[in-house]
Design a protein around this ligand. Structure first.
Ligand SMILES: *Cc1c(COP(=O)(O)O)cnc(C)c1O
Length: 315
């Protein structure tokens, strides 16, 4: 495809996308297909001869769309809302065109710097404490992760390393393996499944704290678990508090849980994946009170802030 054809196909694609979204209400929200429906409809290996763009687009309607769950249909009420917007789609196109990699400042200065500035904008919109922001000095600040699941894993691994170093500094003979056997992470029984997965990948125990009548993690239940585990010689090192659980949008009590984590020298990660965007509204900001106790905080602009997947903001 040369630039001439790209201009033409690009305009066609924009029309296809706009038609899709304008007409999404008319499509069946959940597909009628059985698992494995797609494989028999496709060649077993990549074709040797190219196909025309028209034929490929026809295949999209014929074999892909019948297997798509239409998350942007007005009749979609499953899971959680996932963001999509025309400006974000245009931005994705530009990102694809620039096609840069941002692993260091020099790899693409604008890429690194724009991320830092936008993360500060978001942090200020949420009124995060100043220590979360990069500011003029450019120290600290947030980073974009692919997903909230990744953010939780990154936080857990960082907390594990921090705890391991602290314990080894106090008792130089301790091996990492001995320490890891004893490390325990905690989250409410309402936490997202990705928290349990982070514990599995990180090779540490994860314990579910029973939530109260409003599906919130409270001080008493957490304190009880910490005391029991410490008495057994285990080492609590990580707590995930959820602000807006995926199942029912309940809120762990950050003002109770935060001080306990600080007292016990336990890393507090706050997962506000989907409800986090709401804290931009002054009337909901109080639900974020206690974030000043957090070691790390995360929410997903790709859920409720008009940015297409994937964009998970982590500080
Ligand atoms: C959706 C959700 C997640 C997972 O988000 P991904 O970005 O898809 O990994 C984690 N925690 C909560 C509370 C969620 O609602």
């Amino acid at each position: 495809m040369n630039a001439h054809e790209f201009r033409r196909r690009g305009k066609e694609m924009v029309d296809y996308v706009a038609d899709y979204l304008e007409g999404v209400e008319g499509r069946q929200v959940y597909p009628d297909v059985e698992p494995g429906y797609l494989r028999p409809l496709l060649p077993t290996a990549a074709p040797q001869e190219p196909e025309t763009f028209e034929d490929i687009i026809k295949d999209v309607e014929k074999i892909i769309m019948p297997g798509v769950t239409h998350w942007h249909s007005p009749y979609f009420f499953a899971y959680f809302p996932t963001a999509s917007s025309y400006p974000a789609m245009l931005a994705d196109m530009l990102c694809g065109a620039i096609g840069c990699i941002g692993f260091s400042w020099a790899a693409s200065p604008a890429c690194t710097e724009l991320e830092t500035v936008m993360m500060d904008w978001l942090g200020k919109m949420l009124q995060l404490p100043a220590v979360f922001l990069a500011g003029e000095a450019g120290e600290g600040g947030g980073v974009i992760q692919g997903s909230a699941s990744e953010a939780t894993l990154v936080a857990l691994l960082a907390a594990r390393t921090k705890a391991t170093r602290r314990l080894q500094a106090a008792s130089p003979g301790l091996t990492q393996a001995t320490i890891m056997e004893k490390l325990v992470a905690y989250a409410s029984d309402q936490a997202h499944s990705s928290v349990e997965r982070a514990g599995l990948i990180g090779g540490v125990k994860l314990k579910a704290i029973p939530s109260d009548g409003k599906f919130a993690m409270r001080a008493s239940a957490l304190q009880e678990a910490l005391e029991r585990d410490k008495a057994e010689g285990l080492i609590p090192f990580f707590v995930v508090a959820t602000l807006g659980t995926t199942s029912c949008c309940s809120f762990d009590n950050l003002l109770e849980v935060g001080p306990i984590c600080r007292e016990e020298d336990v890393w507090l990660h706050v997962d506000a994946a989907y409800a986090g965007s709401a804290f931009i509204c002054p009337e909901f900001r109080h639900l974020l009170n206690g974030v000043e106790y957090a070691d790390s905080f995360n929410f997903n602009p790709h859920k409720w802030l008009l940015v297409n997947f994937d964009c998970s903001a982590m500080w």
